[in-house]
Design a protein around this ligand. Structure first.
Ligand SMILES: Cc1cc2nc3c(=O)[nH]c(=O)nc-3n(C[C@H](O)[C@H](O)[C@H](O)COP(=O)(O)OP(=O)(O)OC[C@H]3O[C@@H](n4cnc5c(N)ncnc54)[C@H](O)[C@@H]3O)c2cc1C
Length: 451
């Protein structure tokens, strides 16, 4: 066991918020070190924004943040607004560019964001202990951190010039660190990325912190209806409403945008935006209400107008099979499912259905318009953390000082980023939160010298 690596501040986790905190602390001359479980810092950053890193968004409002106390994000935004974050990035050498208010590095490479952090941390002389997984943090006179550390070994493949499939590591050994302050910046458990093991929850709860049970957020929805499997691959714009029905009052949340049917359910940004509400409800187990998702494939047309449009279409193509009258309206697979749902036989002329004649045509148009405006499915689950872009839940914000992210229980302990009970919507909000909370903790530790 190695003992006694002492630093003024130790940041646990070299991800988005941890690297931000360490960088600001080092700029103020604080002796800070980063402890990182992975073999390189910022692995998750590489996966962000489909490899382009959507690092913030010009539009900011409290609805963009969710969790026990989303107002905390607005309080931090007063100090670290988007302009502040853009300046911070420019100072790192990242030229920002925006598309519809979504900010990316001009390189469109998430790797360049990580690289900019790594370069600056190295220039500032910040030690980054990689392959160092912190298992325990305790506080006496100072903080004591116990970590398991593995050395990466030179592989046989490296000697022969062959690419090695998996890195080889030494046996792990115990390292002990001492620090005056600790920033827990371990992130949550979302993403199929090593290091996202949720170990930060245990580190915080060991200090008595309340942990709001984490659930996957920004993840795909799983639907109960097996019949929708035939829709896999269908992509289209729709308005979505997630409806939760419970005895003690329900909840409705709306989104709009491009969805993708999959063989298990629904993907696409609007479905992912709704998922944290479904996941929180599902986590109630036996007390879980009924969760449905209602899709409107014509959100800009009223049901009456849609009926009239369908009627005109049926009458314009007399003698055509019902399915053929819908050609060009919605994706063909969806037309078939909607016809079946509305009780219209796809292969038969509508003039001969539902009682026949004009009356039958009208009834077909009514039934179909209703299904197109209100396609209802039961949500039976979400995909797991490995598919999620964020974790909802985490260290309760009631126990953190909203200005500094310092624990109200343990002086000198700070919690930043996704480990705290706040999750952003899609669009750069999770990273905005990570930067802001890292900045707040660092500036609080060095006494606000930067302000
Ligand atoms: C596929 C994907 C795409 C995303 N795209 C976007 C996007 O475009 N825009 C956006 O705003 N957000 C996006 N996010 C979310 C965003 O990446 C996270 O919210 C953000 O990285 C959280 O920052 P953090 O500092 O809290 O944690 P992380 O960035 O997850 O960093 C935590 C670090 O701590 C390390 N660690 C964990 N436990 C320990 C331990 N016990 N000891 C030592 N080290 C430890 C981990 O290895 C990791 O490096 C995406 C997420 C995913 C998975």
């Amino acid at each position: 066991m190695d003992t006694g690596k002492k630093h003024e501040v130790i940041v646990v986790g070299a991800g988005a918020s941890g690297m931000t905190a360490a960088l600001v602390l080092a700029q103020h001359g604080v002796d800070v070190a980063l402890l990182e479980a992975n073999d390189v810092p910022g692995k998750k950053l590489l996966a962000t924004g489909n490899g382009k890193c959507n690092f913030t968004n010009s539009y900011q409002s409290v609805e963009c943040y969710r969790g026990g106390r989303p107002e905390t994000a607005m309080e931090l935004l007063d100090r670290y607004d988007v302009a502040y974050v853009l300046r911070f990035f420019e100072r790192l050498g990242i030229l920002p560019k925006q598309r519809d208010g979504y900010w990316y590095p001009n390189s469109e490479q998430a790797a360049s964001v990580r690289e900019a952090f790594v370069l600056r941390l190295s220039e500032l002389g910040v030690p980054v202990y990689v392959n160092t997984h912190v298992d325990e943090v305790r506080k006496g006179k100072c903080f004591l951190l116990a970590a398991s550390h593995r050395e990466r070994m030179e592989s046989a493949g490296a000697k022969t010039g062959k690419k090695q499939a998996k890195p080889v590591f030494s046996e792990s050994r115990r390292l002990i660190f001492e620090a005056g302050s600790v920033v827990l910046a371990t992130g949550g458990c979302a993403g199929n990325i090593s290091g996202a093991d949720g170990s930060g929850y245990a580190l915080a709860s060991a200090f008595g912190h309340q942990i709001v049970p984490p659930v996957p957020a920004l993840v795909q929805l799983r639907l109960a209806e097996k019949a929708w499997k035939v829709l896999a691959g269908v992509r289209l714009n729709a308005a979505l409403m997630l409806r939760i029905t419970r005895e003690e009052g329900g909840q409705e949340v709306r989104e709009r945008g491009e969805i993708l049917f999959t063989d298990y359910g629904l993907s696409g940004i609007p479905a992912m935006q709704l998922s944290r509400f479904a996941a929180c409800e599902l986590a109630k187990g036996d007390r879980c209400g009924k969760i449905e998702v209602l899709l409107d494939f014509f959100p800009d047309t009223s049901e009456n107008d849609l009926q009239r449009m369908l009627l005109a279409r049926f009458l314009a193509f007399p003698g055509r099979a019902a399915a053929n009258t819908l050609t060009g309206l919605l994706p063909a697979k969806l037309n078939m499912v909607l016809l079946t749902l509305s009780g219209v036989l796809p292969d038969m002329d509508v003039l001969r259905q539902k009682g026949g004649g004009m009356h039958g045509v009208k009834r077909c148009a009514e039934a179909l318009a209703h299904c197109m405006k209100c396609f209802t499915s039961t949500v039976c689950g979400t995909n797991g953390f490995e598919s999620a872009q964020a974790a909802a839940g985490g260290v309760s914000l009631n126990e953190l000082d909203a200005r500094t992210m310092e624990s109200k229980r343990i002086k000198g302990l700070y919690v930043t980023g996704e480990l705290a009970d706040i999750d952003g919507t899609c669009g750069g909000y999770n990273l905005q939160w990570a930067w802001m909370s890292g900045l707040a903790a660092a500036e609080a530790i060095c006494g606000g010298k930067n302000k």
